[in-house]
Structures are given as structure tokens and as C-alpha cells.
Design a protein around this ligand. Structure first.
Ligand code: FAD
Ligand code: SF4
Length: 503
């Protein structure tokens, strides 16, 4: 006799999931459902929807093979109610069940909904290293939260890159070695491309039919869709890209979307890869001498440091965090974020790459699309909905703190010690975008001046009082104060003229 319905969500594709651990393979029924409410609450990139549905279908096949009874509801099932709650109700009556077991979802909105379902047991998601309550306890007693402090706790907890209780190499952090500009002559590996199998092809047809107007190119579709693909992609990264990952982590190059990045966030966030397992592989590669320490430490810091830290902040600060807007930024998101039609070469490159690949690496997100929005005073909530839509790896628990906190300083410095604001010279130093741009990155004012230069000073001026109190920004405020009144007026006038063109 079946006893419980085990609900598995689209980003819970892990065989070790707590809900599966608590269920009885012999008698319980697993429910997986593709529902319109989840596929459309933001206008997700076509590739993102296809990836999630295909990975869900592959995971359901693996579960069946492992002996589970799986009830899988496809999006185009005529009886599909379109909501998770509706599908749970239908499945309960179909199978004559009354109890639901699920692992907590990764999003506050859905957690609030599921908590209201009757007879539903919600279990903690144990696929992370830091639990929500532990993070909140750590955070509550501090005046300022710094990732670096949290990261050291994670290093000690996991023992990663530690020898006799001390960080290997005598330092916790090798970030200073990770800011090299890139040289075009270097060999740049590409992530492996997986050919869509019949399951994925069916999903691609479905997405083309049901989401024709969503952002992004659906084809070519080459993401991995199951654990074995994800492991192959990760192994390829460790072998071919990780040795130079550290050094060129912040670099950007026209026509090169991936450089030495792992392109594994979609797999990690769906549950196809385990964060601790992959970090152990990276540590072993360093101990075996196949990769340098700055790459190993840089990668491990992103995964056990930043990834866990932003998740902790998300759950600690939600639900209010989503609407944080400390800088009172209210300008609507410019249309070119959806069309890539802009004469700013850096933004054009990052957005068209996002449209084509549902991917941009961290510095493209932070220092190009994010930096521009920060400087131009774009409404952070609108920007959040954009980031949540356009990347294959975008799930709210990780996207929101990166956008609201790290990129837009909308939480008033809870997550980041200073705004990630930079003029065109940063982009020029770290990329080759400025060559061939209609704007002049060296010009500080006038109609040809790089808009990042104009907007940078306008940003400093707009937030002068707040930034003067920030020890890391105060020197820039002092520089602004030393400009003559005429220069200040001209810079602000040029910035205002540029902002008017955004509509
Ligand atoms: P790599 O550069 O190769 O890094 C390895 C792994 O480290 C990533 O796969 C990721 O799991 C982890 N990582 C690195 N930086 C971060 C970070 N800041 N926060 C959390 N994890 C990190 N990441 C997401 O997974 N989903 C998002 O929706 C997302 N939205 C972002 C929005 C903005 C505005 C910014 C600035 C960053 C965002 N990030 C997000 C973080 C980061 O940009 C991506 O994790 C990374 O670019 C994914 O590409 P990759 O797998 O090649 O990562
Ligand atoms: Fe971007 Fe300015 Fe460089 Fe053009 S000149 S690519 S707008 S930073």
C-alpha cells in the first residue's frame, strides 16, 4: 500500500535528497511535475526551461530504474492544473494518499506556499554545507558580515586546503593572484557540448511551442542533462580550464563566453553535482600537482565560501530582502537588456552572449551588466527579475543576494563592504571590449566619453553623503570634491544627457 507522496522539485535532482531518504522505495510514490506557474513566474530564458525539464525527465527515469514508483506530469498533459499545489492534490487523490514528504524548496515564495499545505512534512535541504539556522546564529551576533570570515569557518569545517589546522600555502586567500588581464594568444578550452538525446529533443520542441516569445536562443542546446553529463563537464573543466581558472578569473574577451570558468553552476544548482565532492576533486588535483594553488583556492572559495554565504544571507533576510533599495534607485531597466541593441560594446557583448548561451561569467555579471545598472540607478527589483530570468543557473536563493547585495548595494552593505562601482578603465583593463566601441574609454566628458566614466562620477555625486562614510569609497568622494565646480557641472550634465537616452 502506498503511504506517502514524495514531491521532488526541478532543482532537487539528487539521489541523496532528504525527501528520498525519508521515503520508502517499496510503497511511496514520487511525484515530479512540470507546471506553468513555475515555468512562467519570470520570463525564463528558453534554454533554462529546456534544461530544467529535460534534467527532470532524465532524473525521473533514473529513479524508476532505481526501483521507485514515479508519477511524472508533463507540461502538456491536458489535465495538468499548472500549479504545484494543484498537481500535489491531483496526485494524492489519484494514488489514494493523504501525506506528502518534500525537501524544503530553494525559494521563499514556494516555501511559504508549501508550509500552508495540509499533512506535508518539509525536510531540511542537506545538500549545502551550512545550515540555515547555523548561519543565522553566526550572522546575528555580528555588526558586519564578511564572506572571508564565513569562508574560514567553512575551510575549518570541511578541512579543505588545510594542513594541521592551518591554511595550506600560509594564506587563506589568493585572490590577489587572480586578476590577470588575458592574452589572446593563450589556448582557451571550450566546455564540452552534449548532443540532445530524444528526451531532450522532445523538451526542445515543447519549449519552442509553448514559450516562443521568451528571451534567448533555444538552439543550439548543448547543456548536460543528467549526473553523468555533469560529471563529464566537471572533469573536463578540471583537466583543461582549472589550471588557469585562478589567474584569469576576472578577465573578459570578445567572442569568448567561458574562458577558464567551470560552467557548472546550472548542474550544481539543479543537484546534479555535489559541492563538497567537487571541491575534494579540486583539492586532490592541487595535492597531485596538476593545478596551482591560486586556482584550487579560488575555485573552492567560490563554492564553499560565496555560494554558501549568499544562501545564508538569502534565508536570513527574506522575505524583505527582495525589495531592499538602499540607494533608492528607480530608473526602469533599459530595453537593451532584452535586445542587446546598444552601442556600448561591453554591454552588447555580455547581453548577446547571455541571449545565446544563457550564461555570463561572474565579472560580466558584476562589472558590466551589474555595474552599469548600479551607476545608472536602475531599480534593483527589476534588475533582479532580469538576472533571475536570463541565466540557466538562476535560482532565487543564489541570484537575489548576488544582485541585491553584491551587485547593487541595495542592502546598504550587508553583503559587500563597498559598492562594485567602476569606470570604463576597469573594463578596459580586464577586457578587449573597448577596442572597436563607439565610445572612447579614455574620454572623461563630452558626447564620445565612455558612459561608464560619466555615470561613475554621477554615482559618486548622487550618493556623496553615504559613500563618504564608507572607508573604501571615501577617497573617491574626496577626489570628486576636489574637482572644480565647472568640471562637476559638466560631468553631471553629460551624465544626465546620457541617462535621458535610456528612455
Ligand atoms: P565559476 O566562475 O567557474 O565558479 C565556480 C562555481 O562557484 C560556480 O559554478 C558557482 O557555483 C560558484 N560561485 C562563484 N561565484 C559565486 C557567487 N558570487 N555566488 C554563488 N556562487 C558562486 N550564480 C548562480 O549560481 N546563480 C545565479 O542566479 C547567479 N546570479 C548572479 C547574479 C549576479 C548579479 C552576480 C554578480 C552573480 C551571480 N551568480 C549566480 C554568481 C556567479 O556569477 C555564477 O555562479 C557563475 O558565473 C557561474 O558560472 P560558472 O559555473 O562558470 O562559475
Ligand atoms: Fe564599455 Fe566604455 Fe569600453 Fe565602450 S568604452 S566597451 S562603453 S567600457
Amino acid at each position: 500500500m502506498p503511504q506517502s507522496l514524495v514531491l521532488i522539485l526541478g532543482d532537487q535532482l539528487s539521489h541523496g535528497l532528504s525527501a528520498l531518504g525519508a521515503a520508502d522505495r517499496a510503497s511511496d510514490v514520487v511525484l515530479m511535475a512540470e507546471v506553468m506557474a513555475e515555468a512562467s513566474y519570470v520570463p525564463h530564458h528558453k534554454k533554462k526551461i529546456a534544461l530544467i525539464f529535460s534534467a527532470m525527465r532524465h532524473f525521473s527515469a533514473e529513479l524508476r530504474q532505481a526501483g521507485w514508483t514515479v508519477d511524472y506530469v508533463k507540461l502538456d498533459d491536458p489535465a495538468n492544473t499548472g500549479t504545484l499545489g494543484g498537481e500535489v492534490q491531483r496526485a494524492l487523490s489519484r494514488h489514494g494518499l493523504t501525506r506528502v514528504i518534500a525537501t524544503e524548496p530553494g525559494e521563499w515564495r514556494l516555501l511559504a506556499e508549501m508550509q500552508s499545505w495540509p499533512a506535508t512534512t518539509l525536510l531540511a535541504d542537506r545538500r549545502f554545507l551550512a545550515d540555515r539556522a547555523g548561519f543565522a546564529d553566526w550572522a546575528a551576533g555580528r555588526s558586519g558580515l564578511r564572506m572571508e570570515h564565513f569562508y574560514r569557518i567553512m575551510r575549518r569545517k570541511t578541512g579543505l586546503l588545510m594542513d594541521n589546522g592551518q591554511p595550506v600555502g600560509g594564506r587563506w586567500n589568493f585572490d590577489a593572484d587572480n586578476r590577470k588581464a588575458i592574452d589572446r594568444d593563450l589556448h582557451i578550452p571550450q566546455p564540452p557540448r552534449f548532443t540532445p538525446d530524444p528526451i531532450t529533443r522532445e523538451v526542445l520542441d515543447l519549449v519552442a511551442k509553448r514559450f516562443p516569445d521568451n528571451f534567448g536562443s533555444l538552439e543550439p542546446f548543448w547543456f548536460g542533462v543528467d549526473r553523468s553529463d555533469a560529471e563529464a563537464a566537471f572533469a573536463h573543466f578540471v583537466r583543461h580550464a582549472l589550471p588557469l581558472f585562478g589567474s584569469y578569473q576576472d578577465a573578459m574577451l570578445r567572442g569568448q563566453a567561458f574562458l577558464y570558468h567551470a560552467v557548472i553552476a546550472p548542474y550544481l544548482n539543479l543537484g546534479l553535482l555535489d559541492p563538497l565532492e567537487i571541491c575534494r576533486v579540486v583539492e586532490t588535483a592541487w595535492r597531485n600537482g596538476t593545478i596551482p594553488l591560486n586556482s584550487a583556492e579560488g575555485f573552492i572559495r567560490q563554492v564553499i565560501g560565496w555560494r554558501e554565504f549568499v544562501r545564508g544571507i538569502y534565508w536570513w533576510r527574506m522575505p524583505g530582502y527582495e525589495h531592499a533599495n538602499a540607494l533608492r534607485a528607480q530608473r526602469p531597466l533599459p530595453t537593451f537588456y532584452w535586445t542587446a541593441e546598444t552601442s556600448m560594446a561591453c554591454l552588447g557583448a555580455c547581453i548577446s552572449q547571455t541571449r545565446d548561451e544563457a550564461y555570463a561569467h561572474h565579472i560580466q555579471r558584476l562589472m558590466v551588466t551589474g555595474n552599469f545598472a548600479l551607476l545608472a540607478g536602475i531599480d534593483p527589483h527589476e534588475l533582479h527579475r532580469w538576472y533571475l530570468s536570463v541565466y540557466a543557473d538562476a535560482f532565487e536563493w543564489v541570484e537575489l543576494p548576488n544582485t541585491i547585495g553584491m551587485s547593487q548595494f541595495a542592502d546598504d552593505g550587508l553583503l559587500a563592504s563597498k559598492p562594485y562601482a567602476a569606470s570604463g578603465s576597469y573594463i578596459n583593463r580586464m577586457s578587449d571590449y573597448c577596442r572597436g566601441c563607439r565610445y572612447d574609454v579614455k574620454a572623461k566628458s563630452g558626447p564620445d566619453a565612455c558612459p561608464f566614466n560619466l555615470l561613475y562620477w554621477d554615482f559618486i555625486a548622487r550618493h556623496r553623503e553615504r559613500l563618504a562614510r564608507n572607508p573604501r569609497m571615501a577617497p573617491m568622494v574626496r577626489t570628486w570634491d576636489r574637482f572644480s565646480a565647472e568640471r562637476q557641472q559638466q560631468l553631471r550634465g553629460d551624465a544626465a544627457s546620457f541617462l535621458e537616452t535610456l528612455g
